[in-house]
Design a protein around this ligand. Structure first.
Ligand code: ZN
Length: 264
């Protein structure tokens, strides 16, 4: 990966010495990131933001912006976030130079945000192989519990929970492999968001992909912003459900789905 050259781990003035690399687009952008306010001085985040705005697209915390990011730019984004994270640590009056525990914290946190916990904003939707419904299944399927790891967009505190997905396929529905439900869920959840919107987004996506007669989702999660801070209520959980199509109209189907969850 050629982009690795871009910057020193610690965001320092050193970055100005990076000038004479190559002139590919990625390099140029990455160099700009490393230099906070150079002559060319546009941070990569601003470059990306301009592309998004040019398309009049939305870039809320729970939006995926992968189509505006070019190959190799995520590394540059990590470096930019690290630099700003370092400034946060400094404002918190933490001596990251002599405190060995916090020495590379800015870099670690930046990488965790961009490459792990908020990765669902920056990478493309996982490819879903669809299978024709050969045996013309039209019985209730339940997938779950799928482990959910997310973060609230209010405090960036973790949300940890489980999700169950119910699908009532039609004979014409395209089916997706079981593991794909987990991958799609992970992709949606790895973004800062609020639980109510996350389940709706997942339901929309499944409806679009599978075209079932009905989709139901139940999410049950611990919100660390209620436990670690705020009311500090260790036992508070949030349960959400979304019912679509047949699950909305047919109370028996809905009851069947919900009763099967209880048994797990
Ligand atoms: Zn919160």
């Amino acid at each position: 990966m050629p982009t690795k050259k871009i910057a020193s781990k610690t965001p320092s003035k050193k970055s100005t010495s990076l000038k004479p690399i190559k002139k590919t687009a990625i390099k140029t952008v990455a160099k700009k990131v490393a230099t906070k306010k150079s002559d060319a001085g546009t941070p990569l985040s601003v470059v990306i933001r301009r592309r998004i705005e040019a398309q009049k697209a939305r870039f809320h915390a729970n939006d995926n912006i992968s189509k505006f990011i070019q190959p190799g730019e995520l590394e540059g984004l990590v470096d930019e976030v690290a630099e700003k994270m370092q400034a946060v640590l400094e404002s918190l009056v933490i001596d990251t130079e002599s405190d060995h525990n916090t020495k590379n914290t800015s870099q670690r946190v930046a990488k965790m945000f961009v490459k792990e916990v908020f990765n669902g904003r920056y990478i493309e939707q996982p490819t879903l192989t669809k299978f024709p419904n050969v045996s013309r299944l039209n019985e209730l399927m339940i997938i779950g519990p799928i482990t959910v790891r997310s973060a609230c967009s209010h405090h960036l505190c973790p949300i940890m929970g489980r999700i169950w997905i119910g699908v009532l396929p039609s004979k014409e529905s395209a089916l997706i492999g079981l593991s794909k439900y987990s991958r799609l869920t992970e992709w949606v959840m790895c973004r800062p968001q609020i639980q109510e919107e996350a389940v709706v987004e997942l339901a929309d996506m499944l409806e679009k992909k599978i075209k079932p007669i009905g989709v139901a989702i139940v999410m049950d999660a611990d919100h660390f912003c209620m436990q670690w801070r705020g009311v500090k209520d260790r036992d508070s959980k949030m349960v959400n459900s979304v019912m679509r199509g047949a699950f909305l109209k047919d109370s028996n189907l809905r009851r069947e789905f919900l009763s099967l969850l209880d048994k797990r």
